[in-house]
Write a protein that binds this ligand. Sequence first.
Ligand code: SF4
Ligand code: SF4
Length: 289
Amino acid sequence: MFNILQKTFSVGNATANYPRVGPHLAEQFRGCPEFDFNAWSDARPAADACPTGAIAVRDRDGVRWVTVDYGRCIYCGECEQASGASAGQISPVRMTRRFELAATDRRDLILTAEYTLHPDGTHAGLQSATSGPGAEETGKRIEAAIHNLLGRSLSIRQVDAGSCNGCEQEIVALTNPVHDIERFGIHFVASPRHADMLLVTGPVTRNMELALRKTWAATPHPKAVIAVGACGISGGIFGTNYASMGGVDAVIPVDVYIPGCPPRPEALLQGILLALGRVQQTLDVHSHR
Ligand code: SF4
Ligand code: SF4
């Protein structure tokens, strides 16, 4: 008994202080890709290599439109390799360690760039480009959500709508001593009738469509829905087909999208806290009526 106590005290507090303190990332951790649209001389190799169609190219009348959808991206790194990295060149596409991409608007996850073209199809000049999700604004929203959390707890029902269970592994990690989601007053519950929020994984298989609709209907108002991972946002590697609905918002309304494949626990926490701000806003509106 004494040995157990001694061990416990020597380990100390293992819980991370995320989001106030950044996470410890393993050396081999890979986040989302970053695109230097100015230096990109040809988007086609990356688009051809992308296994989920996250990079799309459309050419017309000597103009190319390139879209990059972080909601489809699985952070595989194929685009970096296809854009010169495999030949030892400096690639205009670079894999980063960035993972905090949760967004309340699906459109915020999509970058676009427009190029004029040379006759051989390479880029002649960049005409316009959009930037990615705004981390600063997200940070402020999280601070506000944490502040509001001090007044109430939150119950989450997780719904597996056809996931490979990779996302579930990370969700389970939220309850371990390192991430300890209960420190925010957030609990996982067994019934949607007790839930404030649905955390949905998987591309929504056709077999799970009705179950998801019923689960959403059984969750009392006000409620928030989070689409987890590339699958939950867009169908991910499975896409939309005879067996897959192609994402949660094809079936029920979604409040927050959390990219990744799977999203790491801190990314999930960031998205949950972001969604909490939405629940709180709805509660405020109701209480002022
Ligand atoms: S990292 Fe993302 S954008 Fe790049 S090839 Fe993989 S899925 Fe496509
Ligand atoms: S997003 Fe990736 S980890 Fe999550 S269910 Fe889909 S394939 Fe699995």
